[in-house]
Design a protein around this ligand. Sequence first.
Ligand code: SAH
Length: 614
Amino acid sequence: MKSKTIIFYITNNGLNIANKLKTPYPDAQVLKFGQKAIPGLWKKSASLIFIMATGIVVRTIAPLIKNKKTDPAVVVLDEKGRFAVSLLSGHIGGANNIAKQIADFLGGEAVITTASDVNNMPSIDLWAMENNLVIENWEAVPEISARFLNKGELKVYSEVEVKMPEGFLREDKLNSVDVLITNKQFQISNLPPRAGRRGDKSQIFLRPQNLMVGIGCNSGTAADEIEDAVKGALSKNRLSFLSVQSVATIDKKGAEPGLLSFAGKYNLKINTFTPDELNSVSDVEKSEAAFKATGANAVAEPAAMLASGAGKLLVRKQKIGNVTVSVAEQRAKSKEQRQGKLYIVGTGPGTIKHITPYAQNVIKESDIIVGYGTYLDLIKELTRGKEVISTGMTKEIDRCQKAVGLAMSGRTVSVISGGDPGIYAMAGLVFEILRAAEQQLHGESVNRLIGKSQKQSSCSPIHPFTHSPIHVEVIPGISALNACAARLGAPLMHDFAAISLSDRLTPWKLIEERLESAAKTDFVIVLYNPKSMGRPEHINKAREIILKHRAPETPVGIVRAAMRENESIVVTNLRDMLNYDIDMQTTVIIGNSRTFVWDNRMITPRGYEKKFKI
Ligand code: SAH
């Protein structure tokens, strides 16, 4: 593995900068530039940083450049440190990151020209590398990358669970995909015309590292013979050699020179197992000869199986000359083994414009989006290609239970809530469900420990539980009160109370008491859920209660569908407010005794007028 960073300078200014860069790169070597030294260092170094004119660097490295898999990262800095140019191996080599780090550190600017970065899109080669996928046909990378940049999406066929960036759409039909993630060599005749041909640039093949090759061999077998046997067995079974992650054998063969040299050549780890371990695997083809020689009933098959973590045996033992080969596919991590994540995301009052960038990223990162139809419609652009579970408005318990269940099974789930998720919305409910789930889990495990049956365990808490069984995060959004207040002017500049007029979960009597108290103590009052078909009278009653304590001229703002296409804004007063349409998409804001109307806006003074003069 190359890891060395070398910083070259020419002038004293350059040397100063080079010395400064020892802070972010303490292991870097600082050298005075000399053309002759570069070829020798080219192959050994992971990154070369040149503090000098780009021209000098380009002329020097031109004859050394080979390809983006092996060339080091090359970054060029001017001697004032104003620009850090990522010149070569921007992605895989890491030059883009180095240029950004240096620019951050020196307060300069990184010069990045790779199209995916300029367009803020993931680069395929980098994404493949991060996910341990080996690119088989590098020649396809430019064309597929350009297609991604132009169309904004790629269709991906994948046989393994892999986290897809935005715009990568899963597809099961091989003929229409741009990217294939598989350990199989598809037979050309099985594939539609454009796919699968070597040198074909229209599809890119990415190889997951999920094959374990079990090997048995006679002592003294040459590395070449082992390599031919392994490659032969794989190709006969249409499996890609690039998907081989490691080899496995019996402990006695762990130091077999031919095997070591073959594994070393391809950087493959060797797993070894004792005869007892190998004999613990059932359903393998046994061999008398192997047993006599080693004490194991078989080597290649059980070794492959053990290395794969009880995966799938894809190739039964093949005997090729002095070598036996078997191949198993690594068992994918089950969803239960992965840490689930649950985000409760506030999507604000209307369209995407008013959702925070953080919330947008979380939605994009999620596997599954759970929400209520209308809110999901408003954010359609963000959920393309994702599994979306939509339920009716009053089905919120259903929705949250589904979301919690999915997250507990290892998925990344976003529960979408209009406005802010913690205001008359889903966050509290999710936590209640999580708490119940944890109590149940805990109760069961404690009862298992003390030998009770699960039936007896019920849900009763044994002591207070404080930990969520999954990662859970609430992502705030702009609530209706923020959006409506902004549309009206500044009605919430002083103390205010938010009261929901829905008695679905709160007794109406309590709502009346709260209205009374808030009105009496001169709070500005924000009325959520002011009216629905089932209870058209609530807003009238609320108005009557407030009128007992406030003048009929008290300003009232009525905002419907704030920040959506059909938005309407009315500034009126307590006397006339019922002349306007009020429904479940409306929020009503009742001013306090000092709220005034100016420029058809509603303003609650906070007392600044005493502090300033014009
Ligand atoms: N979590 C949401 C509130 C859900 S309760 C939030 O923080 O905004 C639903 C009520 O919110 C509606 O009946 C209405 O009173 C109000 N509301 C939600 N979106 C609104 C919008 N765009 N314009 C006006 N009121 C809205």
